[in-house]
Design a protein around this ligand. Structure first.
Ligand code: FAD
Ligand code: DLZ
Ligand code: SF4
Length: 505
């Protein structure tokens, strides 16, 4: 029995290597256990179930026997392991082959099964567990940049012999321009739902209509052919400007020049390697500049591989990390309750509409606010795991617990990603149409990010004042008059109290 999970929809998945359609049975299952371990965004559930159904249909067309459980199957056991056991009893099969699941929870459940389970490495990733462990061993700090160089050498991407193309490993100093006046890209390629997707939309609306997020209009790619089209569209129209505006944020444009490929790569419709090869080809034919292509490839063979390595290196308890001892509940505004903070309102509205926000919205708006506000990192983690179409624990948790909330005490980030409103103002057009004044630290109309920023630094002085990368921030605060410092810290206390009381900010 070959088991294929909802994020393993790749024809070259290791569990299918050497398999025989005349002899082997494929098992796939839509189950409530997976659909409810967090309250997933409806668009995320539609994507996964629809892509699973279409993948199963393709396998059948190729001659495979697929035992497929639909979500409302009357005989379902509602869990993945329950379905494997049910199919084992039905067929008399005792040998199961599966590609290693991406998540500890599922690995552990499968390991406990009373069957012979052959769990094969997930070869869609570029680095194996052993390679990451070898790289990490004995290092004081596990910085992505050095791991990334190893991945460049391993893949040969943007390499000229042993040297990086263009003479540099990283072209980030050319990136990160402020918000553009206009965006010459209409956004990711959109698809009209076919009959399979339409019936899944109906199912998800019926069963998960109360979850945060809009099910429709649904426009995602749900099979490999469509995902390849989405990739070509990005390479052709957006990649050349990807680097320049990677960190910019706009009221009226959720995607700017971002790829929206993570949802497809993470469920297996596209392979990370083929996406990087396609980007490299755009550079080789002179269509996209090196800063864009290197920046894009770094996100995939650098960050994506690195966070996966950290997830498996740090083990099952990583998601319970809480280095800063933050305990406040996640405010209702994360689930769409009204807020006057325009940056938060827009990032969360885009999230609700399309199960998407780009990296800087996640890191420097919603993540930054949660960190400054002292929210329990586990609640923050569960929110990110729920609301994004690309969210799977192996990639989401290191980004949230580590990079965004500093809850791992600095495994991923050398200092917390915190900023006042000034950064958001520099990188977006949000502040111009906000109720709050981005330049004010105190007063009723002062941008909440400002006082909270200084409040955060003051509250965690013992942890960060000695960090050379943060000393400048403490020196800047010390230069403000004593009265101003006191007023600012009182304003922070006031905002924290408002959050505790559930007041609107
Ligand atoms: P682009 O901006 O077009 O980037 C290209 C590709 O690079 C992405 O498709 C993705 O595969 C990869 N990538 C970029 N940044 C990262 C990163 N930091 N880690 C891993 N891969 C990266 N990404 C997820 O795939 N799933 C998540 O659940 C997730 N949760 C996040 C939570 C937080 C708090 C933060 C700060 C980031 C998170 N990210 C996550 C990383 C990143 O924000 C998304 O990968 C990216 O926004 C996806 O949109 P895109 O495909 O348009 O990416
Ligand atoms: C996320 C998800 C959802 C919503 N539903 C299913 C499902 O019904 N069946 C399935 O096999 N997978 C689903 N998934 C993806 C799994 O949660 C994912 O495969 C695990 O997180 C593996 O680590
Ligand atoms: Fe966000 Fe502050 Fe700017 Fe308003 S003023 S958009 S709250 S950063």
């Amino acid at each position: 029995m070959i088991v294929i999970l909802g994020d393993q929809l790749s024809r070259d998945i290791s569990s299918l290597q050497g398999a025989d359609p005349n002899h082997d049975v494929i098992v796939m299952a839509e189950v409530m256990g997976e659909a409810t371990y967090v309250p997933h965004h409806p668009k995320k559930i539609i994507l996964i179930l629809s892509a699973m159904r279409k993948f199963a249909a393709q396998l059948r067309d190729q001659g495979w026997r697929v035992l497929y459980t639909e979500l409302d199957d009357p005989d379902t056991s509602h869990t993945l392991t329950g379905e494997i056991l049910r199919r084992a009893a039905e067929t008399g099969i005792t040998d199961v082959c599966i590609t290693e699941p991406t998540e500890w929870r599922v690995i552990d459940a499968l390991t406990d099964l009373p069957l012979r389970v052959d769990m094969r490495p997930d070869t869609r990733f570029i680095a194996s567990h052993a390679e990451f462990e070898t790289w990490a061993k004995g290092r004081k700090a596990l910085r992505m940049e050095y791991f990334y160089r190893e991945m460049r050498r391993k893949t040969g991407l943007l390499m000229q012999g042993d040297d990086p193309e263009g003479g540099q490993w990283n072209f980030d100093h050319d990136n990160r321009k402020g918000p553009p006046k206009s965006v010459a890209y209409a956004g990711p390629r959109q698809f009209t739902p076919d009959t399979v997707t339409q019936s899944v939309i109906q199912l998800v609306q019926d069963r998960f209509g109360d979850n945060f997020g809009r099910a429709t209009p649904f426009w995602f790619a749900t099979d490999r052919v469509q995902a390849l089209e989405a990739m070509d569209h990005f390479m052709r129209y957006a990649l050349p400007s990807f680097g320049d505006y990677q960190d910019a944020m706009l009221n009226e444009n959720a995607f700017l020049y971002h790829s929206f490929l993570a949802p497809y790569i993470n469920i297996g419709l596209l392979s990370p390697r083929e996406v990087c090869d396609a980007a490299q080809a755009e550079w080789q034919r002179g269509h996209a500049p090196i800063n864009a292509v290197e920046g894009f490839i770094r996100q995939i063979i650098g960050w994506r591989e690195y966070v996966r390595g950290i997830y498996f290196l740090k083990g099952r308890d990583y998601t319970a990390s809480n280095h800063l001892g933050h305990t406040r509940d996640l405010p209702a505004l994360y689930w769409g309750a009204p807020t006057r903070m325009n940056c938060m309102a827009k990032s969360i509205q885009q999230t609700r509409d399309d199960a998407y926000a780009h990296h800087i919205q996640r890191l420097m708006v919603t993540g930054n606010f949660a960190l400054l506000a002292g929210i329990d990192p586990h609640q923050v983690h569960e929110w990110y795991l729920s609301v994004y179409a690309d969210a799977f624990e192996w990639v989401e948790a290191p980004n949230t617990i580590g990079m965004s909330q500093f809850a791992d005490g600095g495994v991923i980030a050398s200092k917390p990603y915190v900023s006042s409103g000034a950064y958001i103002n520099r990188m977006s057009d949000y502040c111009k149409s906000c109720h709050y004044r981005v330049k004010d630290r105190t007063g009723d109309r002062a941008c909440p990010f400002n006082a909270l920023y200084w409040g955060f630094l003051d509250r965690h002085r013992d942890k960060f004042a000695g960090n050379p990368r943060m000393a400048q921030m403490y020196r800047t605060f010390a230069k403000i008059s004593d009265q101003d410092q006191q007023d600012t810290l009182e304003q922070a206390q006031k905002i924290w109290a408002m959050l505790d009381a559930g007041d609107r900010l």
